[in-house]
Design a binder for this molecule. Structure first.
Ligand SMILES: Nc1ncnc2c1ncn2[C@@H]1O[C@H](COP(=O)(O)OP(=O)(O)OP(=O)(O)O)[C@@H](O)[C@H]1O
Ligand SMILES: [Mg+2]
Length: 201
């Protein structure tokens, strides 16, 4: 597969379309800009993530996280996920009208109850398997909303790299029992406040 146009970028990775229009590819940014005292410096991403999280390659790490997701949740992750060299490929969800589905942050409030039932199901299953992906409800770029029909929405998780207390080197208390679960649930609550009008009231 070949990477083509740039679609979106967040902190660590750039996402590109590929020659297969149903699949996109994520590549770790070669360098990151970090503020060091009064100076802004470019640091190699693999060194930064190795030093902070003991992970050299976020794509490899995320690929192994995708493998841990139970079958019961297969409807909520991209149908295809593969790792080829340093590129993580995954299916691009599409809506009922065949347009590409959008990030949740582009949609604002979601009224569809079935969407929230999906969210509760995902949450319960992840907690049952001790998979507290702390970023799926955070920053609002990591969850795609697939419009299955004009009024029915389904969440698809596209960024599952943050798993475990190692991801928060400045918060050692997260290693204590129950703390990761608390963080995960706190983020879920904030997510509902922002996107679920009824529960925010
Ligand atoms: N399978 C996919 N289908 C459609 N868009 C995707 C897919 N995977 C990633 N993207 C887009 O690419 C963006 C960047 O990917 P991702 O969130 O994994 O990068 P990141 O830099 O590691 O994120 P973060 O800043 O949250 O750490 C996502 O927010 C999403 O918009
Ligand atoms: Mg992300």
């Amino acid at each position: 597969m070949q990477l083509q146009e740039h679609i979106w970028s967040w902190r660590y990775r750039d996402c590109y379309s590929t020659n297969n229009e149903n699949i996109c590819g994520k590549k770790v940014k070669p360098t990151l800009k970090k503020n060091f005292f009064w100076k802004s410096i470019n640091i190699k991403t693999s060194l930064f993530t190795l030093f902070n999280f003991w992970i050299r390659d976020f794509n490899k790490f995320e690929y192994s996280n995708f493998q841990k997701i139970p079958e019961t949740l297969s409807a909520y992750v991209p149908e295809h996920v593969s790792l080829e060299w340093d590129v993580l490929y995954s299916s691009r969800p599409r809506d009922y009208d065949w347009s590409y589905s959008k990030n949740i942050q582009e949609l604002w409030v979601i009224h569809d109850d079935t969407f929230w039932e999906h969210i509760h199901f995902i949450t319960d299953e992840l907690l049952k398997h001790k998979l507290r992906f702390t970023d799926i409800f955070h920053l609002w770029n990591n969850l795609i909303v697939q419009k299955v029909s004009p009024n029915q929405y389904k969440p698809i998780l596209v960024d599952v790299k943050r798993l475990g207390a190692r991801m928060y080197p400045l918060q050692p208390l997260l290693y204590l029992p129950g703390q990761m679960k608390k963080k995960f649930l706190r983020r879920l609550q904030k997510f509902k406040w922002k996107f679920h009008a009824v529960e925010a009231a």
